[in-house]
Structures are given as structure tokens and as C-alpha cells.
Design a protein around this ligand. Sequence first.
Ligand code: SF4
Length: 391
Amino acid sequence: MPSAGPRTPPLRDRADACPGALQTHSAADGELARVRVPGGLLRADQLRVLGAAAVELGDGALELTSRGNVQLRGLRPGAAGELGERLAAAGLLPSDSHETARNLLGSVLSGRAGGLLDARPWVRAFDAGLCADPTLAALPGRFLATFDDGRGDVAALGGDVGLLALSREAVALTLAGADSGLRATSDDAVALALAATRAFLAERAVQGGRAWRLAELTGGPARVTARVGGAPDAARADVPAEPRVRAVGAVPQDDGRTALAAVVPLGRLTAAQLPLLADLAAEVQLTPWRGVVVPDLADGSAAALLVEAGLVLDPGSPWTRVTACAGLPGCAKSLADVRADATAAVVVGALPADGARQHWAGCERRCGRPGGAVVDVVATGSGYRVDAPTS
Ligand code: SF4
């Protein structure tokens, strides 16, 4: 099912209904809460709080999302209030009013291995600036900001607003996943990204206030660039179409220590895995490809513990190429238990499409589908339809 030219932005007739930690979503298996984790960075104590909440209030596991956030499923009625209190006490809910707007991706392993600079201070400063500005609470829950240290991993993920390091000093502002031509120094870059975010909201208001994404605005990137001001650089930087780096396994850090980059099968961290991760490192990083990085280790000897707990460190594993939506029993729209079926296909070595990168979905909505070339495996009610790769 190849794509046929540029897509027409959808016309939105309602506000987005993205779930949050306080604004939960009613699913077939109970309430669902989504907790924003800017940059995917979680301290060990925060991981323990999330793990305990998943066990005591939900179904016992944490789901990882393609924006480096986490979801708790199967929450009992009325649990959202207690969840909010636990998250706020752990520093995971700095602003009730901005919680669904904090979709911030940062380069994986930034400041630890590779990259032109450390993007983590950008993530922290942008998050603080966003939460401090009451007008930015109006951002749609679909809004995404990316902070790429030059390695080209998260800039490729279609952020509405983003920073991409071109050198240690020069930074490009990206809008709707393309270079705007506007430049900043590393120190000034967050102010530019916040200005572009405010400009998105201003332009959105002029155009009726219904767009969820910058690309849905008429002339969005050009109009936001004009609102921000400054002279765009005529030479546009190349923004990668797909993430350039997706490490799996042991990664040597620049400081001589080791990071373990693990794939989490179908993005579901279990009650047994969460305390193990918290025991191993002071901080972990969730990845946009539903993995987890355990950094700052003396060596790679903890790999055996992670593998024993069900995480995947083999770059050749089929789990590196398979994702799935919630499916049954979590989603009433689903025509199949896609997670169980995908797991069975991995276990018996029967993945369709010769094991190509694939996303299993319980219906045509294909929730959670990753970007890039992916084979769709869609439940039909009488089996699965395997579609040709599309991006
Ligand atoms: S793709 Fe369909 S079945 Fe799967 S979670 Fe989304 S709505 Fe539910």
C-alpha cells in the first residue's frame, strides 16, 4: 500500500483527547493514565514510584510509548487522584495544567556516548520554560518537541518544534521535522524553541484554533518562522528521514563506563523488571523505540540479569523489529489479542514478511505505529492481513 504523494492534513473538529496522568482514558481493561517523561529520563526513585503504582493501582506493568513516555493500564476507578499525588511527590507531575503538553524527546545516550553536545540541559530548560508559561498549557496533547544532539535519532521523529545540533556551537530550529533555516547558539537555542512553540499557538489561533500539529496549519513552518523573526539561513540542514542510531546491547560511554541498551518486548516493562532497573542505575532513559537504557555501569556484567528478566540485548533478536498496539483485552475496538499473537509468532519463529520490521494492530487505526518503513500486520477478525511496507 504505497503512499501516493503528500498527505492532506486532517480537518480537526474537536480538541485532542490525549490521556494524561490526571486526565485518564477509559479503556476496556480499566482507566489508562499516561505519564510524561521529558527526554525519557527517569531517576531510580521515580522508577520505583511508577513500579509501585503500576502494581498497587494498575495491572502491574508499565507500557512504553513512542514518545518515551509511560502508561499505566487497568487502573481501578478513582485511582487517578492517588496516582497524581504519588507522581507529584516524585517530581513527575510538576504542573497539573501542562501535564499533557510535556512531550519532549531527547537524543538517546546524549551526554554519555556520541553526539555533538549534551542535549539533556535543553530538555530540562525547555520543560521548565514550558511549565512556567501559562499560555503554553493550551498546547495540544499531540504536540511534540525534539532535542537532537546531532546524532540524528530524534530529529527524524517528526517533532512540531525541535533543536538539531549542527556543531557544538550552531543549532538549527526544526519545524514539522524540517530545518526552518533559523539558527541559534547552544545557549540561546531553548529560547528560540520556546518562541517557536508560542508562535505555533498564535498561528493556530489565527487559523481557527483546531490544529493538533504544526504541519496541519496552512503554511505552518513558514508562518511560524516569520512570527519568530530573524533571517533564515539559505543553506538548509539535512534532517534525517529515519533515526540514524538505534543501539542495542552494550555501548561504551565517553567516560569509559558502559551503558546497556535493551529492547523491551512489545514495550511492556513488568513488575519484576522495574525494581531490577532501579537497583542497577541512578537514572535510566526510556527510548522512543520502546526500549530502556541503563547507563553509567562499571562494565557490561549486568547484561545477564537484564536478559534473565526478559529484556533483549541481542541486536539480531526479532524483538528489535516487532511492535504492537494494545489489542484485546485492553482495547474494545480490537479484533484480536495482538500482543499474544505477536509473541507467539516470535517464539515459534513464524513472523510474517520474513521477519521484517513490523507493527501488529487490532484494527485499522494502527495505534502506536512507529515511523519509517514498517510492514503492517492488521487483525481482520479471521486472521491477519499483512500489508506491504509503508513509511
Ligand atoms: S489499533 Fe485499534 S485495536 Fe489497537 S489499540 Fe488502536 S484502536 Fe485499539
